[in-house]
Each structure stands twice: as structure tokens, then as C-alpha cells.
Design a protein around this ligand. Sequence first.
Ligand SMILES: Cc1cc2nc3c(=O)[nH]c(=O)nc-3n(C[C@H](O)[C@H](O)[C@H](O)COP(=O)(O)O)c2cc1C
Length: 210
Amino acid sequence: MGRYLVCVTGASGAVYGKRTIEALWSSGHEVHAVFSAWGRRVFETETGLSLDAWLDGIAFPRDRLYAPDDLAAPPSSGSWRLDGAAVVPCSMSSLGAIASGATTNLVHRAAAVALKEGRRLVLVPRETPLSLVDLRNLTALAEAGAAILPACPGFYHGPETIADLVDHVVGKILDRLIVPFNGVGSAYSGDAARGPDELFRRWGGDTRES
Ligand SMILES: Cc1cc2nc3c(=O)[nH]c(=O)nc-3n(C[C@H](O)[C@H](O)[C@H](O)COP(=O)(O)O)c2cc1C
């Protein structure tokens, strides 16, 4: 089991961050989280949940949720061991801060630390259309070693619900964050207790009967 950091910013698509935390936590990983101020606000707007009530509901250890302005928290340091970090969803604002190196909160700092330490960093941008500035920031971060994984669900796996679409993206996030994946064991036994192979069906060729 690994130690992972999930950062949720104020882009639309808070449910992607929610499901990423649930999937990692339910698989028995040590999960740490940071919600930016706007990440918390958009989470509560889009899910209709109180962030604190939701975290309590999945028995998330509260000492692993860090305030975004706490630059003395463990994820701020490269000496704190971490197997990988994801910023999901990643706003264009946070993307720009990470790409420029001008880190002003714990989300930016943790991402910068992952890059400088050569650790897995998955960025899940959510914006459309993308400006040239956004595209250049994405290119700079890909060149610096981040995995750019846009919140673009596929449709080839026969999704029937919004949750199916969300889980397709979350499964892809886990594929990039956790290598090798060891999705067994469960600290949380809700319906979210699924690894990437249960989150989305992998393409194995078109098996439809003609
Ligand atoms: C409901 C709502 C949806 C938003 N959706 C997006 C989005 O999809 N992409 C984006 O880059 N910013 C979006 N924003 C704007 C960001 O929240 C804003 O740029 C904020 O400063 C991001 O700060 P953060 O990166 O520290 O969370 C949205 C804001 C609100 C209130």
C-alpha cells in the first residue's frame, strides 16, 4: 500500500476528486488530502454535500486533511515520503501557478515538490475551451514530468450513468498514480470500495456480436 496525496481545486468536476479519494482510501492506501478554498466551495456546490460531513461519513482521518494555507504541513516538504500526488480536478489557475513555479498555497507547493523530487504527479485539468496560455502551461508541465490526464471520459465502455463516466476517468487516474496497482483490502466498505479494474471496463477489442 502506498501513500498518496489528492489535491482538489476549484475547477468544475469535484466529483472526480471525491471518487479518487474514495477509491484510494477504500483500497487501503494511506490517503492525504488538500482542498483549496475554491475546491471546497465548488465541491459543496456540485455535490450538495458538506465536505466535513462527507469526510466523516467515509471515516477519513481528519489529521490527513490539510488547510490549503498551511505551508508547514508535511506535503510541503520533499523529505516527506510520498508515492504520488494528483490534482483533481485542476483549475487553470492552479495549473498556471504550478507551471510557473509561483506556489502560493499547499496545492501548488505539493505539486512543485512532486516535480522536483521526481515523483508521480497526475494533473486532471478541467476547462473548455483551452486558451493558448493554458495549452502552454500544460505543455510545460508535461515536459517537467507531470501526467496530464484531462477530465475526458471515454464512451467505448458502455456507460449508463454519470457515475460510470466519472469512474472511467478515476480508473485512468489510478492507473497513472499507482504502479503496480494493488487494489485489495478495504478500510472503507461503502459502494466506493473498488479498484480501477472495477471502476472501468478496459477495451479488449470490439466484442459486440454482428
Ligand atoms: C462553480 C464553479 C465552477 C468553476 N469551474 C472551473 C473550471 O471548470 N475550470 C477552471 O479552471 N476554473 C473554474 N472555476 C474558477 C476557479 O474556481 C477559480 O479560478 C479559482 O480561483 C481557482 O482557485 P484554486 O485553483 O485555488 O482552486 C469555477 C468556479 C466556480 C465557482
